[in-house]
Write a protein that binds this ligand. Structure first.
Ligand code: GTP
Ligand code: MG
Ligand code: ZN
Length: 332
């Protein structure tokens, strides 16, 4: 353990967490925040100290919460071991790549998410929409950050395409290597605030963290010439402190973002479709060839677009298939 000048408030502590601690627990335990997760070990920070502990919680079963980055843990002062994960404000997770029945935790207790994408041929509205569904599902404020504007003549065209996903969506366009350009992102990174960076590999997440911190301590890497695909430079999820006291939670780029348990998020991002579907004659209308389908009618008049209709059906079908797989695994 090394000592610091950080208070719990500096680390993002909120009443939500203190309200969960009983008087008895408060006598023996103290909270720490998970700063990074490595193999078997986690880096933690508490009031006035930082250190590394085993991530295993003694006595925890497979159904119990395992700590992930951003979590608050209670440490039992008598054993110096973690006793439990405090209930989260929110949790980003996805279906684990490679195992349909498992979920992978990404980040907990986030205030804002920077959904990051770059202005090049890799740009995809459908992919951003997935991240947005995820943010709406967990109730975290999304800001879409479009990077590499120095490499395009038409950054506004990219921004316009993103704004069309949802009215009022916050979109920022930046050159991630330029401190003056990323300065406008600082307003979401105030003292004690946690901002998670999500997006594909190579879009410039770690570059944003470095530039906002005014340092180059995090490894970034040139993307391969030709295909603009990143190389998964960042391998661990880790929180980085800004000079003004905010926290940037850098994550490894995701190749595949499969949604599970995200029906609410899908309904929010496609709320215009949900509203119109209420006028379908049949409540279980699949919006195919049924008579009296309000969705088909709205597409015919141009009030709704067929491209978004297709994305909506695709996400909804994928989501329910993934949920069914998860349910198979869960004990009742
Ligand atoms: N021209 C330009 N290059 C950028 C910009 N942002 C990032 N880069 C470059 O893009 C490459 C990839 O950036 P990283 O920050 O490593 O990307 P990442 O999203 O962290 O990638 P992973 O860690 O693999 O998920 C690096 O060579 C950066 O210097 C930008 O706004 N403009
Ligand atoms: Mg990175
Ligand atoms: Zn219908």
């Amino acid at each position: 353990m090394t000592s610091t000048h950080e208070t719990l408030e500096d680390l993002g502590w909120k009443d939500w967490f203190s309200d969960q601690i009983s008087g008895e627990e408060a006598r023996f335990c103290h909270p720490v925040r998970v700063m990074a997760v490595h193999r078997g070990q986690i880096a933690v920070a508490g009031a006035g100290s930082r250190g590394s502990i085993a991530s295993h919680i003694p006595g925890a079963g497979p159904a119990d919460d395992h700590p992930t980055v951003g979590d608050w843990l209670l440490i039992d002062g008598r054993t110096s071991q973690p006793s439990r994960v405090l209930q989260r404000l929110n949790l980003f997770k996805r279906r684990a790549p490679g195992d349909r029945r498992k979920e992978q935790m990404i980040a907990a207790n986030v205030d804002t998410v920077f959904i990051t994408a770059s202005c090049n041929q890799d740009f995809s509205v459908a992919r951003l929409e997935r991240y947005l569904v995820m943010a709406r599902e967990v109730g975290v404020r999304p800001v879409v950050v479009l990077t590499k504007i120095d490499l395009t003549d038409t950054p506004e065209a990219f921004a316009t395409a993103v704004r069309a996903i949802e009215p009022g969506l916050l979109v920022e366009t930046v050159n991630g290597r330029d401190p003056a350009s990323v300065a406008r992102l600082a307003c979401w990174c105030g003292k004690g605030e946690t901002v998670a960076l999500l997006g594909s590999s190579g879009v410039g997440k770690s570059t944003l963290v470095n530039t906002l911190r005014g340092s180059d301590s995090i490894a970034t890497q040139e993307i391969r010439a030709g295909d603009d695909t990143g190389r998964h430079t960042t391998t661990a999820r880790e929180m980085h402190r800004l000079r003004d006291g905010g926290w940037l939670l850098d994550t490894p780029g995701m190749r595949e973002l499969q949604l599970s348990e995200a029906a609410t998020g899908i309904d929010e991002v496609f709320d215009d479709f949900v509203l119109v579907a209420q006028d379908c004659r049949f409540s279980n209308c699949a919006h195919g060839t049924e008579p009296g389908c309000a969705i088909r009618a709205a597409i015919a008049t141009g009030a709704l677009t067929v491209v978004r209709f297709d994305r909506w059906r695709l996400l909804a079908a994928e989501e329910s298939a993934n949920d069914a797989q998860l349910m198979k695994r869960r004990p009742r």
